[in-house]
Design a binder for this molecule. Structure first.
Ligand SMILES: [Ca+2]
Length: 138
């Protein structure tokens, strides 16, 4: 769910950038890698996923990370991470028109933290977040 929303956000972000390039869709865009170029991808059965999805998530995380890394230590603690996830969830709910009670959103964010913190360091690093948002958290 969150992942889907992240991609649509990326598209919204990308659209004005392309418009500034004189509406030439052939310039400044990375050609899509054919699905057949990624035979090893376990989620190859998902045709809607852009081939460069991981790169897209990574670049979004890169640009947003400092805004949520309140103490600038390069890691997100649970409250920093939750703020980000709750913000994403809020945008997602707005986009989909569905709503969840605040306590459910916060319970979800708490579970997301546990899932994303693969090495159990009780902080989320950039790679952990990228992995989580890319759906690599299993
Ligand atoms: Ca961690």
């Amino acid at each position: 769910m969150i992942r889907t929303f992240l991609f649509s956000t990326a598209l919204v972000i990308a659209a004005p950038a392309m418009a500034q390039q004189g509406m030439a869709p052939d310039q400044g865009t990375t050609p899509a890698v054919p699905q057949s170029a990624m035979p090893a991808a376990p989620q190859a059965a998902t045709p809607a996923a852009p081939a460069n999805a991981a790169t897209t998530v990574a670049s979004i995380v890169d640009s947003e990370f400092p805004a949520y890394d309140a103490n600038s230590d390069g890691q997100l603690d649970q409250s920093e991470f939750s703020r980000w996830m709750v913000a994403l969830k809020g945008q997602e709910m707005k986009a989909t028109g569905s709503t969840l009670p605040a306590e459910q959103v916060s319970a979800w964010a708490s579970g997301a933290f546990t899932t994303a913190d693969k090495d159990k360091s009780v902080t989320i690093s950039k790679p952990e977040l990228v992995s989580y948002l890319s759906g690599g958290a299993g």
